[in-house]
Design a protein. Structure first.
Lengths: 112, 113
């Protein structure tokens, strides 16, 4: 039973445009959400997070939006750059010792 | 600043052989520590986590075990590897309180022959 779902395995975007990565979750007990970026043969790198008491968090080119009623979050990257090409993982925390539940990832390709 | 070291980067082992993967964290004290596995085409699955020395919690039943002999050292072990143990193993740490991001090492690619 997948509690965190990333339904798009891949996404292709032109350089300079917006990339929107989506994530859905099923467990209403999740109270903290994170996005990670992963290059091949490396560990995931933390990008940005959001607490369930907020609906938006912004850090430079990255913005995460949370819609609790829809159990949906998204990551916006503006403007997209070729170096953003990687696999992006959404994760959710149940608040119990930081046990993150990860989605399966979305591979973003930003074309020059 | 905090750093996490994980080794080896790659490992090829025969079925039935033992395993020991080590992870150490620097620049912080009393972190939460985690072992994950990423199988091909799948997301990250939490295997073990630890909130202190000698305290290990297992998320899934398996052929592996974990130990935390020191505050910033986390070890993943197996007495006899199975083919199904192949995968990408990641160690991570976080601050020891809620709603903190986890920070990952570069992982170990384990291939069982």
């Amino acid at each position: 039973d997948q509690q965190v779902k990333q339904n798009s395995p891949s996404l292709s975007v032109q350089e300079g445009r917006i990339s929107i990565l989506n994530c859905d979750y099923t467990n209403s007990m999740f109270d903290y959400f994170l996005w990670y970026k992963k290059y091949p043969a490396e560990g995931p790198t933390f990008l940005i997070s959001i607490s369930s008491i907020k609906d938006k968090n912004e850090d430079g080119r990255f913005t995460v939006f949370l819609n609790k009623s829809a159990k949906h979050l998204s990551l916006h990257i503006v403007p997209s750059q070729p170096g953003d090409s990687a696999v992006y993982f959404c994760a959710a925390d149940r608040g119990s010792q930081g046990n993150l539940i990860f989605g399966k990832g979305t591979k973003l390709s930003v074309k020059p | 600043s905090q750093t996490i070291h994980q080794w080896p980067a790659t490992l090829v082992q025969p079925v039935g052989s033992p395993l020991s993967l080590e992870c150490t964290v620097e620049g912080t004290s009393n972190p939460n520590l985690y072992w994950y596995r990423q199988a091909a085409g799948r997301g990250l699955q939490l295997l073990f986590y630890s909130v202190g020395i000698g305290q290990i919690s297992s998320e899934v039943p398996q052929n592996l075990s974990a130990s935390r002999p020191q505050d910033r050292q986390f070890i993943l072990s197996s007495k006899k590897l199975l083919l199904s143990d192949s995968g990408f193993y990641l160690c991570a740490w976080s601050e020891g309180y809620s709603n903190q991001p986890q920070h990952f090492g570069d992982g170990t690619r384990l291939s069982i022959l």
